[in-house]
Ligand binder design. Structure first.
Ligand code: DAH
Length: 338
């Protein structure tokens, strides 16, 4: 019994002295863990003479509760201290007048502008479309069948209005542009898109840049030339570009475009998954049904289109391996782009 009192006093004084949550966890394990002092004391109850057993059990359990209570209390205080310390050291005074301080562009804005500027230099116009889009433009008129998995509730954000959704890609701006303007068309469309995705390389909101060219002779070689010229300019590199056959409902033939890994110079690394290549965009010749749905005569006109993810490109340009940092607005991250 005397020992138990000693243990109690020792435990309480140790709890009082710990300076952080890690130390507290150690103390907790020492007394209450599987091999802890109190746990062992409870196991020893069988060795206690029968007439003292009841009193012993009551006592040990009371001490156990007291220690648990003290730990809980200490934990709360330590957590509060931690928050107060963070508040004291990390605050920013938003009322301080600016003195020769200018803001800077967000890395996604920088990347978007670089992409769009390159296409502007090649004679492309810039189009925009709404983020709340007609299902008809986002899917139907792009030849995406009614049972396509991309339409699934798991992947698409539908809104409380029949026939509308948050656009899942910038491709509906192709439709809007063709309904509005007669060919020749040579446009890019930057903007936000939404998908039900959330992990270190996917965010529920991200950015794409779409491209569309429609004229009397647009062909696959024109597309290759435009895309290769764009990628070499964007990444400032002579690394090779390759077109891999692929499938999109709105283009035929379709391709995925890879550029030699700009991180490792094609030697193989974690980012290119040791293939030496990075996938950077999708493209293809616009499917005739898509042109026709927009009232474009396919005997006279053909088109090619492409689409790319801006975050993915920004992550490669700035060597960032987690998409989260773009949206956290941590001033220490953002300052690096000024
Ligand atoms: N819309 C596609 C996506 O979100 C990207 C894309 C692929 C756009 C091929 C295109 C294209 O215009 O031709 O993944």
């Amino acid at each position: 019994m005397k020992d138990i009192d000693a243990v109690r006093n020792e435990a309480l004084s140790e709890i009082d002295k710990v300076r952080d949550l890690q130390e507290l966890r150690r103390v907790k394990a020492k007394y209450l863990g599987r091999k802890g002092v109190i746990t062992e004391a409870l196991k020893r109850i069988r060795e206690i003479p029968a007439e003292e057993r009841r009193e012993y059990g009551r006592k040990v359990n009371a001490v156990k509760e007291e220690i648990e209570e003290a730990i809980k209390h200490r934990e709360e205080t330590l957590k509060k201290d931690e928050i107060n310390r963070a508040l004291a050291s990390e605050w920013e005074d938003l009322t301080v007048p600016l003195q020769n301080t200018v803001g800077s562009l967000h890395p996604i804005t920088i990347t978007l502008r670089r992409i769009v500027d390159i296409f502007r230099g090649m004679g492309f116009t810039v189009e925009e479309g709404p983020e709340v889009e007609l299902e008809k433009y986002n899917f139907d008129m792009l030849n995406i069948p009614p049972d396509h998995p991309a339409r699934d509730m798991q992947d698409t954000f539908y809104i409380n209005r029949e026939g509308y959704l948050l656009r899942t890609h910038t491709s509906p701006v192709q439709i809007r542009t063709m309904l509005k303007h007669r060919p020749p068309i040579q446009m890019v469309a930057p903007g936000k898109v939404y998908r039900r995705d959330d992990d270190p390389t996917h965010s529920p909101m991200f950015h794409q840049v779409e491209g569309l060219v429609v004229n009397e002779e647009a062909n696959f070689r024109h597309m290759k030339y435009v895309i290769e010229t764009f990628l070499k300019e964007l990444f400032r590199t002579d690394l090779p570009v390759r077109f891999r056959a692929s499938y999109f409902p709105f283009t035929e033939p379709s391709a995925e475009v890879d550029i030699g890994c700009v991180i490792c110079g094609m030697k193989g690394c974690r980012v290119c998954k040791w293939t030496g290549w990075l996938e950077v965009m999708g493209c293809g010749m616009v499917y005739p049904a898509v042109l026709e749905a927009c009232g474009i005569d396919t005997d006279l006109y053909q088109g090619f289109a492409f689409g790319m993810g801006v975050e993915r490109i920004a992550m490669l340009l700035f060597r960032i391996d987690n998409i989260r940092v773009f949206y956290e607005n941590d001033i220490r991250f953002l300052r690096q782009f000024s």
